[in-house]
Design a protein around this ligand. Structure first.
Ligand SMILES: CC(C)(COP(=O)(O)OP(=O)(O)OC[C@H]1O[C@@H](n2cnc3c(N)ncnc32)[C@H](O)[C@@H]1OP(=O)(O)O)[C@@H](O)C(=O)NCCC(=O)NCCS
Length: 190
């Protein structure tokens, strides 16, 4: 009986210890990263389980939505603190970013994106699919990329650009406009 009690208390104490360590580690990280406070805790925990336990996109140091795929994360450059972009990274699911070797994706301050956004800095060669034609992408400050938009390689967007839902952005646009459609065209100047 005593042995059972000892085992039971030993086990519950260990469990408490492990849980306390886990929670204190996790919440210290959240408190340190300001943008995490704006994200639903269940979303952060789900992302965390996929990244840190199932090791999906475990090389990425920030929370990535568990349904997104971000390749070449180290080639992403945030202008400013990148807080808004990091929130989109965690909450906007189904995104597919590929930032090829020797290319960059620059993302401005206060820029956000919705679900299913696709950003690729390269295209397969038309005949040899092993080869890619690559070019940098730059998105300015305070941009909003709508749901399911695609931004192709070489595109530069100025500041305050809104990209409409389902648009395919094939060329660059200056600041202060709304672009939409396939291919995207300016539908409004601000
Ligand atoms: C781009 C957007 C912001 C424009 O909104 P708006 O200023 O109210 O635009 P309007 O409704 O006045 O449309 C202006 C014209 O652009 C067209 N248009 C608007 N959005 C479009 C889109 N996504 N694709 C193609 N054309 C679009 C309209 O049909 C309209 O054309 P018309 O003048 O020939 O009738 C909005 O349509 C949109 O796509 N929002 C994204 C929503 C989203 O992704 N939300 C995710 C949550 S974060």
């Amino acid at each position: 009986m005593n042995l059972l009690k000892w085992l039971y208390y030993g086990f519950t104490n260990k469990l408490k210890h492990v849980l306390t360590c886990f929670l204190s580690f996790y919440f210290t990280r959240i408190i340190k990263k300001y943008h995490y406070k704006k994200i639903d805790i269940s979303q952060l925990i789900t992302n965390w389980i996929f990244q840190r336990i199932f090791r999906l996109q475990s090389e990425i140091p920030i929370s990535v939505n568990f349904t997104s795929k971000i390749q070449g994360y180290k080639n992403i450059i945030y202008n400013g603190d990148g807080e808004s972009a990091k929130i989109s990274m965690a909450v906007s699911g189904g995104c597919y970013f590929t930032i090829f070797k020797n290319t960059t994706l620059e993302i401005g301050e206060n820029t956000i994106w919705a679900f299913n956004v696709c950003i690729q800095t390269g295209n397969h060669d038309f005949l040899n699919r092993e080869n890619y034609k690559v070019a940098n992408i730059k998105i300015g400050n305070n941009c909003w990329i709508g749901n399911s938009a695609t931004i192709l390689s070489g595109v530069e967007l100025g500041d305050n650009v809104t990209v409409g839902a389902n648009s395919v952005v094939t060329k660059s646009f200056p600041s202060n406009c709304v672009v939409a459609g396939v291919p995207a065209r300016i539908i409004k100047q601000l």
